[in-house]
Design a protein around this ligand. Structure first.
Ligand SMILES: [Zn+2]
Length: 869
C-alpha cells in the first residue's frame, strides 16, 4: 500500500467526565482535581503528548478552578496552544429531557466559558447521550458548529460511520458515528503483542463502517486519566504496522481529514434525517424518561419560570423603570437569573436529569432546583408586582392579568384578592365596564407570605394581549358562602359534558362541538417493573391492576359560573413489591389512594386534570390511559422546535438488539392522536413519557406517572444486553410518598395544529396580580411583543446580554414553510438577525415597524432589538 493510502488511525486522548453519577459531585470532583493536576503536568513536561479533549463540556474547568484558581493561566496557555480542547457545551445534557432553549443556553454558556481561555472546540460532541433529537443539527448549525460526533441511537440502516445528519429545517452537520462508543481505544497496551491484537480488534470494529481511510480511535473512558505512555505506544505501533499509521489527533483534525477526503463526493454521501433513537446497536436506556419523575417535573417548572416569567417580564419591567425612573435593575436581574440558569443546567447533565444516579446525587439536585426556583420566582414576581403597581389606577382594587404566550388569549385565571373590611370580591369589570363573574375558590388565611386574609378567586380573563397584560377592576360586596361539596357524577358547560363512572372512576367526555363521546378516560393502570433506573422491564409473570378496589367516591367540589370540578377519589390495592425472585408481583398488598380532579371552564375548550397519588408500593409502573377510539398508524409528539410523527409499531428485535425496543417515547408538552378528521391531544406539565398503543378498539394513549425501581442498574435484564452502570441500590428511586401530576385533554377537529394553542395554554397558565392604590401610569392593557401567525412559537424573550436591548427567539412549529411578522411594542432603534450564539448576521427586514420573516419548517430565528438606554 502506498503511504498516502495507508489506513490512518487518529487517536483522540480524552476523558468522559460524568460529574455526578454513582458517586456524588464532590467525590468525583476530588478525582477531577487529581486528573487535571496530572494532565497539566503531562502537557507541560512532555511535548510529545500532544492533545487532550476535556469531554466537550466546559463545566470541568469551572469545577477545577473553584478548587485551583491559581491554575487559570496554565489552562489558558494549553487551550491557546491547541493542546487542551474545551467546550462547546457547558454540560453534556440529556437531549430529550431538557427544552430546546435550555440546549441553546447550554451551548452559549459553554462557549462563553471556553472563550475565557482560548478558542472552543466547535464540534457537537455528544458521546454518551441516550439517543439524538431530531433538531440537533439545527441547534449546532445555528452556532456555526459544522459537525457532530455521536454514539447511541444509530441503527444499521445507516451504512457508514460518516454521514450528513439533516434537521427538518434543512440544516446539515457532518456526523461521525462511534460504532462502539467513546472508549474503544482506552488504555492501549504497552507491550507489542497485546497492542497489535488490540489494534487489530479496533480495526475490525471500525473498518466495516468507515467510508474514508481515517479511523477515529477514542483513547479514554469514564473518569479515566490520560495515558502518559501514549506517544511511545503510537511509536511502537507505527514500527510494527505495515498497512496503517497511528497519530495523535483532535476531533476537529479528524473531521477536517474526513472532509478533505470526501472532497467533491460530498453530494453522494449518505443523508440521514430525523431523530436517532434506535436501540439496535447500543442501548438508549429508554426508561430514563420516567425514572424519578419528580426530577422531570421540577425541571419543567424551572424552565417555564425562567423562560416564560422571569426573563420576559423582568426585561419589560426594566424598560419601564428606565423610562420612568432613569434607572433599572437589569444588571442585578441578569446576575440573579444567570445563577438560576447555572444551577438548572448543572441538573441537566445526562446522569442527573435522567434520574440514573445514586440517591445522594438526586438529593443535591433537589436543592439546586429549589434554589433555581426561588431565584426565578423572586425576579419574576418582582417584575409582575412592579408592572402591576405602575398599571393599576390610584383608586380601588385591581387585578392585572399577565399572559406569557401569544394572544389575544381568553383563559381561566386565578388570583389572590384582598378582602375589604367585611366585604368580599364579587365580580370583575374590564376597562369597557363589562362585568365578569368571579368565583371564590378558597379562603387563604394569614401565612408567612401575608398577614392579611385573602380569597383565591377564579375568572375567565377575556382577550389578554400577547406577551402582555390586561387590567380588571374588582367589585366588592357582601360575602357569599362557599358552597359545600356535594355528591354528583357529572359536570357540564357549553363545550363539554364530563361524567365519572360510579363503577371504576374513569371518565366519559362528550365534546359538544363534534358530538363525540369518549369513554374510559383517565384509567389508572399499574404493572410490575423488575428493571432499574435505566430500563423498564416487566416481570416474567406480571399482574396488571387497572381498577380500584371499591367504587370511587365522586364529589362535585366546585360548580360556579367559571369553573366546575369533579373530584374522583379512588382506592387502589397494589402488590407491595416484586416476589423474592423478581419474576412476579408479591401477594401482600398496599393501599394506593389516587385523587383526580377534573375541571372544565366556561368558554375554554380544554379538560384539565390534576391527580394526586400516595405511593406505598415498590417496583412498579403507574400509568394513566386515554382510549381515543381513533385508528391511526402514527402519533404526533411535540419535540424541541417542532412536532414529530412517530409510527405506533414497535420495531422487531431479531434477538441481536442491544436493548429490546419499547413503545414508550419522549415528548415535550403534548402528544396527539388523530385520524385526519378528528383527534385527541393530551398535554402535560413535566411528564415526558407516553406510549401510543395500537389496540383493537383504536389507539390508547398511556401517560407514565411513576416508574418505581430500587437499583441504579441491575446486573442483567432480559431486555438489555449490556450492563448500564454499577449495580448499586437506589431506594430513593422507589418514589414513595405523595406526588401531584398535571395533564389536560383537548378533543379537536382536524390535526394537532388546531389544538396547539390550548396545549401551550395549559402548560403556561395566566397569572393575576392584585394591586391597590397603584400609580396608574401605564395603559390598562399592553403587549411587549406580538407574533403572527400562531405557528411561530416564542422560544426566548429577554434582555439582551449587554442590557442594550431585547432578544427574541422564535421557531416555526409547522411542518410547512411559514411567513410571519414580529413586532416589538416598545420603542427601539434597530433590529438585527443574530445567530443562536447572538452574534450579528445582518439587519432584519422591517416593514411598518414589523419584522417580516420567512421560516422553513422548524427553523429557529433570533432577533435582537436595540433599545435606547
Ligand atoms: Zn456519561
Amino acid at each position: 500500500m502506498a503511504p498516502a493510502e495507508k489506513r490512518q488511525l487518529m487517536v483522540i486522548p480524552h476523558t468522559h467526565w460524568d460529574r455526578e453519577w454513582y458517586l456524588p459531585f464532590e467525590a468525583f470532583r476530588a478525582r477531577l482535581v487529581d486528573m487535571l493536576d496530572r494532565l497539566l503536568h503531562l502537557l507541560e513536561t512532555n511535548p510529545d503528548y500532544k492533545h487532550f479533549m476535556l469531554d466537550g463540556q466546559s463545566i470541568i474547568l469551572e469545577d477545577y478552578l473553584e478548587i485551583r484558581p491559581d491554575r487559570r493561566q496554565d489552562i489558558a496557555r494549553q487551550v491557546q496552544a491547541g493542546r487542551l480542547l474545551v467546550g462547546p457545551w457547558y454540560v453534556l445534557a440529556d437531549e430529550f429531557l431538557v427544552g430546546g432553549e435550555a440546549l441553546i443556553r447550554n451551548l452559549q454558556k459553554g462557549i462563553a466559558i471556553s472563550r475565557q481561555f482560548g478558542p472552543p472546540m466547535m464540534v457537537g460532541y455528544l458521546p454518551d447521550m441516550f439517543g439524538q433529537i431530531v433538531h440537533m443539527p439545527s441547534i449546532l448549525a445555528g452556532f456555526g458548529i459544522p459537525a457532530a460526533v455521536i454514539w447511541r441511537g444509530v441503527d444499521k440502516s445507516i451504512p457508514t460511520s460518516e454521514f450528513f445528519w439533516r434537521a427538518p429545517d434543512g440544516s446539515e452537520v457532518l456526523t461521525i458515528h462511534l460504532p462502539e462508543g467513546y472508549s474503544l481505544g482506552r488504555a492501549l497496551p504497552l507491550e507489542r503483542e497485546p497492542l497489535m491484537n488490540r489494534l487489530h480488534s479496533i480495526r475490525q470494529v471500525l473498518e466495516p463502517w468507515a467510508s474514508t481511510r481515517y479511523l477515529l480511535v477514542m483513547n479514554g473512558d469514564d473518569h479515566l486519566e490520560p495515558q502518559p505512555e501514549l506517544p511511545t505506544v503510537i511509536a511502537l505501533s507505527n514500527e510494527n504496522l505495515e498497512d496503517a499509521k497511528l497519530a495523535q489527533a483532535t476531533l476537529p483534525a479528524f473531521i477536517e481529514a474526513v472532509r478533505q477526503e470526501m472532497g467533491a463526493r460530498s453530494h453522494s454521501w449518505p443523508r440521514v434525517e430525523g431523530e436517532l433513537r434506535s436501540s439496535q446497536r447500543a442501548p438508549i436506556l429508554s426508561g430514563v424518561t420516567s425514572a424519578r419523575m419528580w426530577i422531570k417535573q421540577r425541571n419543567q417548572e424551572c424552565e417555564d419560570l425562567l423562560l416564560h416569567w422571569a426573563e420576559p417580564f423582568s426585561a419589560w419591567a426594566n424598560l419601564i423603570r428606565r423610562r420612568s425612573e432613569g434607572n433599572d435593575r437589569a444588571t442585578s436581574d441578569a446576575a440573579l437569573l444567570g445563577l438560576a440558569w447555572r444551577l438548572l443546567l448543572q441538573n441537566q447533565a445526562h446522569d442527573s436529569i435522567c434520574g440514573c444516579s445514586i440517591d445522594e446525587v438526586h438529593e443535591q439536585m433537589a436543592v439546586r432546583f429549589r434554589r433555581c426556583r426561588r431565584l426565578a420566582e423572586a425576579v419574576g414576581r418582582n417584575a409582575l408586582r412592579y408592572i402591576a403597581d405602575m398599571v393599576a389606577p390610584e383608586s380601588g382594587t385591581h387585578v392585572v392579568v399577565f399572559n406569557p404566550l401569544n394572544g389575544p388569549r381568553s383563559d381561566f385565571c386565578a388570583a389572590r384578592l384582598p378582602l375589604l373590611d367585611d366585604r368580599q370580591p364579587l365580580a370583575l369589570e374590564d376597562e369597557d365596564g363589562r362585568r365578569l363573574p368571579l368565583q371564590a375558590l378558597r379562603r387563604s388565611l394569614p401565612s408567612s407570605d401575608t398577614t392579611r386574609e385573602r380569597v383565591d378567586a377564579g375568572f375567565l380573563a377575556r382577550d389578554v394581549p400577547a406577551y402582555g397584560y390586561k387590567t380588571f377592576g374588582v367589585i366588592y360586596g357582601r360575602p357569599t358562602r362557599l358552597r359545600r361539596p356535594r355528591r354528583a357524577q357529572a359536570i357540564e358547560n357549553d363545550c363539554f359534558r364530563v361524567e365519572a363512572s360510579p363503577l371504576d372512576g374513569t371518565i366519559s367526555l362528550t365534546d359538544k362541538a363534534s358530538g363525540v363521546t369518549l369513554d374510559g378516560l383517565n384509567r389508572f393502570v399499574d404493572g410490575g417493573d423488575c428493571g432499574d433506573e435505566y430500563n423498564y422491564c416487566p416481570p416474567a409473570h406480571d399482574e396488571l391492576v387497572d381498577r380500584p378496589r371499591r367504587p370511587p367516591l365522586i364529589r362535585l367540589v366546585e360548580n360556579g359560573p367559571v369553573r366546575s370540578t369533579l373530584e374522583i377519589a379512588l382506592d387502589y390495592s397494589l402488590p407491595q413489591d416484586l416476589t423474592a425472585d423478581r419474576q412476579g408481583r408479591s401477594r401482600q398488598r398496599r393501599a394506593c389512594h389516587v385523587i383526580s380532579r377534573v375541571s372544565i371552564y366556561a368558554g375554554v375548550p380544554r379538560v384539565d386534570l390534576q391527580t394526586e397519588v400516595e405511593n406505598q408500593a415498590k417496583n412498579h409502573r403507574l400509568r394513566v390511559h386515554f382510549p381515543t377510539g381513533l385508528r391511526a398508524q402514527l402519533c404526533h409528539a411535540e419535540q424541541h422546535f417542532g412536532v414529530l410523527a412517530r409510527p405506533l409499531a414497535v420495531p422487531e428485535d431479531d434477538g441481536t438488539w442491544a436493548e429490546a425496543p419499547i413503545g414508550t417515547q419522549p415528548q415535550k408538552s403534548f402528544v396527539d392522536v388523530n385520524d385526519g378528521r378528528r383527534g385527541l391531544l393530551l398535554t402535560n406539565r413535566g411528564l415526558p413519557e407516553y406510549e401510543a398503543i395500537d389496540e383493537p378498539q383504536g389507539v390508547t394513549i398511556a401517560l407514565t406517572l411513576l416508574r418505581c425501581v430500587g437499583w441504579l442498574a441491575r446486573p442483567s435484564l432480559p431486555n438489555r444486553r449490556e450492563l448500564a452502570g454499577p449495580p448499586i441500590a437506589a431506594p430513593g428511586a422507589q418514589c414513595l410518598g405523595k406526588h401531584v401530576f398535571h395533564y389536560s385533554l383537548v378533543p379537536h377537529i382536524g390535526g394537532w395544529e388546531s389544538a396547539l394553542v390550548q396545549a401551550h395554554r395549559f402548560a403556561h397558565p395566566l397569572r393575576g396580580v392584585a394591586a391597590r392604590g397603584g400609580k396608574g401610569q401605564l395603559a390598562p392593557r399592553a403587549s411587549l411583543l406580538s407574533i403572527a401567525p400562531s405557528a411561530l412559537v416564542l422560544s426566548a424573550l429577554r434582555a439582551a446580554e449587554n442590557g442594550q436591548g431585547i432578544m427574541v427567539r422564535l421557531y416555526n412549529i409547522a411542518s410547512q414553510p411559514t411567513w410571519g411578522e414580529v413586532r416589538l411594542e416598545e420603542p427601539y432603534a434597530a433590529v438585527e438577525v443574530v445567530t443562536l450564539n447572538e452574534e450579528p448576521l445582518g439587519p432584519a427586514e422591517v416593514e411598518d415597524g414589523r419584522v417580516r420573516l420567512s421560516l422553513k419548517p422548524n427553523e429557529i430565528v433570533s432577533l435582537r432589538f436595540r433599545t435606547n438606554r
